[in-house]
Design a protein around this ligand. Sequence first.
Ligand code: GDP
Ligand code: MG
Length: 370
Amino acid sequence: SGPLSVGEFAKLLRKEASEVIRKLIPIGVMATINQEIDVDTMTLVAEEFGVTVIYKEEFDESNIEEIEEVDEKENLQERPPVVTIMGHVDHGKTTLLDKIRSTNVTSGEAGGITQHIGAYQVEISGKKITFLDTPGHAAFTTMRARGAEVTDITILVVAADDGVMPQTIEAINHAKAANVPIIVAVNKMDKLDANPDRIKQQLTEYGLVPEDWGGDTIFVPVSAINGEGMEDLLEMILLVSEVQELKANPDKRARGVVIEAELDKGRGAVATVLIQNGTLKVGDGIVAGNYFGKIRAMINDHGRRVKVAPPSMPVEILGLPDVPSAGDPFMVFDDEKKARAIADKRNQKQREEERGAKTRVTLDDLFKQI
Ligand code: GDP
Ligand code: MG
């Protein structure tokens, strides 16, 4: 990586430019925010902040998070949006997720019962939407902390009979920091004391100005109990995702993120993964977190076995020797020997990291965190 301006570098470090400038003074560099500093200088400053910069030459394949594969435009196809639901406790996140799922389960399915796999897909107007079922805040913070950006759209649930609360604000901040568009679901509209205008008023103070007030934030009045507004909400999600032009290349080896994982008595390590690019197939050899395994079986959100999983699809996978962590990246490798070596290396690196306290990030990691 070449030189960066002080401002750009500060952003990577998640520091104020002024803090960086202050650290530059003792090493004899009087810089302004737009001035470029070289890699050696950056390394010194980064160390002052407790961050070790690893040079690109030290890049190794076990950093599967960093393996970049550029897709030719003609190979890209539209993929479903991945949606997370956030909001204050008791404002109706779980009820809303359940309602969306239950109203979209086709009646022919085994008793209409869907299996809980931590994420699910619904279809509306012939288009799919993926919902992450993990508690929004936790999913966001753990995954973002690990550099995994999985969410395309955030649904901010605010109870119309309550108002903007601390976790509402936290959710707004998370979404803004990740640059993820927010759709506001004003929930509990069935309640007699529902006051959607007050919610709009309050959210305006946080920069979420409703469209009918001249802003650009979509507000959808809903009731997670009686289903009011649910179709509207789904339509709005599709609208926002169309603007985002979400694309992936389904014709290549899959990569993605572990959403959740556990040890199942009968089935062994079970991980729910979200495919971010490519298509995952039964029989594929993958590295997930620090483990190599061959996909023995895949189960979709309806509890059915599937042989392939295209982009944005969540699936449960069987075949890993151990349980990876939520937020771990996964990637398919054709070469089993190489994949095993990569998994071993990741394992070893993690143990080293646990021993040494220093944060080790590469410049590219830093880039990813902007
Ligand atoms: P969460 O903490 O955000 O996941 O909230 P829950 O989904 O657990 O809901 C909290 C409480 O609010 C539960 O008792 C729900 O039944 C109730 N609730 C959720 N949505 C609605 C709604 O649209 N209308 C009414 N009247 N109650 C709701
Ligand atoms: Mg809940």
